[in-house]
Design a protein around this ligand. Structure first.
Ligand SMILES: [Zn+2]
Ligand SMILES: [Zn+2]
Length: 158
């Protein structure tokens, strides 16, 4: 198991052009990678990076634009991006949601991130290798609890 050296809070981040900025004031709930085909599309890359945060722990400056998609799991989710530069920023942010996901690459310093695990690995790109000791789910996990618990161990919260 890898350990994560989390930098001191708050952490800052934003879109590529700087119109949307955010500050994360406390430890994320979990960080994982999603290899579903939707995340390959939304990231224009091999996988999506999801940092789940508590809504109360984040301050956002600027107004992202949102639209709804149907996830591979069948669930509807709102996806938000910068209206100027198109950078994908947040998934699942709704007024009633206690948590939502930040896209990991939007952190100003993302070098410290180590994923708690991988989901939807059945559609992962062949060149992406997953370590034998890394949590891995063929599809979406029935519950995120194993990933959350691994993240807590990796970040020294237990
Ligand atoms: Zn932007
Ligand atoms: Zn995905």
């Amino acid at each position: 198991m890898q350990t994560v050296n989390v930098p001191p809070f708050p952490l800052s981040g934003g879109c590529q052009c700087g119109r949307i900025r955010y500050r994360l004031k406390a430890m994320p709930v979990v960080f994982y990678l999603c290899h579903c085909t939707h995340c390959q599309k939304q990231s224009s890359s091999a996988y999506g990076e999801s940092i789940r945060v508590r809504a109360a722990d984040i301050e956002i400056e600027g107004q992202p634009k949102g639209f709804h998609v149907q996830a591979e799991s069948g669930a509807q989710k709102v996806c938000e991006f910068c209206p100027d530069c198109g950078t994908r920023l947040f998934h699942g942010r709704r007024p009633e949601a206690e948590t939502f996901n930040i896209k990991g690459g939007t952190l100003d310093d993302a070098a410290w991130l180590r994923p708690a695990g991988h989901i939807w690995t059945r559609s992962r790109q062949a060149f992406v290798t997953i370590g034998a000791d890394e949590l891995s789910f063929d599809k979406g996990p029935a519950t995120y609890q194993p990933l959350i618990e691994r993240w807590r161990q990796m970040t020294g919260q237990t």
